[in-house]
Design a binder for this molecule. Structure first.
Ligand code: MN
Ligand code: MN
Length: 312
């Protein structure tokens, strides 16, 4: 990675950290998830960066890939355990970060488990661990708090315009002695649960990604594909974004997306739910391994303007 590319990652990280602080301010009890998602994304754009994926606001048993749909009426409740996953990119150089909120404090220890797992994994990075050792550290930390890591969700490397590149970074112990290569950007994201420790596919999330941009005959489909290819390239996008940005009726947009899915031009992401519908917390940060040093892409600022009951 060139120095200028590293700088783009770090700048994206700065904006992602600021966006997290915005999110904490916005996501008070009774706030609208739709408005919060739109405002967080607007904030990123105002800072002259772009969202690397739709802001994920995943509630309770939904571990990931929940984003408000157009005109979503869901309000955040005191008792909700919300995962706020934010991605920022500058010219395809991504910062990917997440934290969890629970206002009534019932899930504080579950949140603490994923937070601490991320912290311990980050500390271990200084010792040049294997991928298996990172997973083992995360598992040990979460189990030490009395919970389970979600084993079929992982961290990942970050390539130009590719959010989930290989290798992935496990959240459980694996027999994998491979190490992260030099000049790699990557995200570590422990998920902790009081359930089984596995997620399954739920309903469609309204998040899509271009799979194969081939020619399509349907006019609405062609418009959607051209727009997505130009604006989002190989990164995920939301139906909500198309509804806002494109001059198509809701009906035309639905027809276009349906057609593109059938032709396998795009893929749809399902919401990922804990298999036993148990609660899930998440913490995520991004890093770069460069010249035998670890750079933290999202540097925690001086002080978190906290909401939610955080312990420890
Ligand atoms: Mn993420
Ligand atoms: Mn990630």
């Amino acid at each position: 990675m060139e120095k200028s590319e590293i700088e783009k990652h770090l700048k994206a990280g700065e904006i992602a950290w600021e966006a997290q602080q915005e999110a904490r301010k916005l996501l008070k009890p009774n706030s609208s998830l739709f408005e919060a998602a739109e405002k967080i994304e607007e904030f990123i754009i105002k800072k002259k960066a772009l969202p690397a994926f739709p802001v994920n606001l995943s509630l309770n048993e939904n571990a990931a890939h929940q984003t408000p749909c157009w005109n979503d009426k869901i309000l955040l409740r005191d008792r909700d355990l919300l995962k706020v996953d934010i991605g920022v990119h500058i010219d395809g150089r991504i910062a990917d970060c997440a934290f969890s909120i629970n206002h009534d404090g019932k899930w504080a220890s579950l949140i603490e488990a994923s937070d601490l797992a991320l912290k311990n994994a980050a500390l271990l990075l200084e010792k040049n661990p294997s991928l298996g050792e990172i997973g083992a550290e995360i598992q040990k930390t979460i189990e030490g708090k009395g919970f389970k890591p979600v084993q079929n969700l992982t961290g990942h490397t970050l390539e130009e315009y590719v959010q989930h590149a290989s290798p992935s970074i496990p959240n459980t112990e694996r027999n994998d002695s491979n190490k992260l290569e030099e000049n790699t950007a990557f995200a570590i994201e422990p998920f902790a649960t009081n359930g089984e420790g596995m997620v399954r596919d739920g309903a469609d999330s309204g998040i899509f990604e271009i799979e194969e941009p081939r020619a399509v005959r349907n006019a609405h489909a062609r418009k959607v594909l051209e727009f997505a290819a130009e604006n989002y390239r190989t990164l995920p996008f939301a139906e909500r974004w198309l509804a806002r940005e494109m001059k198509l009726s809701e009906f035309e947009l639905k027809i276009g997306l349906k057609h593109l899915l059938r032709e396998k031009c795009i893929r749809a992401f399902p919401v990922l739910k804990e298999r036993k519908d148990a609660m899930v917390s998440q913490a995520e940060n991004s890093f770069i391994k460069s010249e035998n040093k670890i750079l933290t892409i999202i540097k925690p600022g001086k002080k978190e303007t906290g909401t939610g009951k955080k312990t420890g």
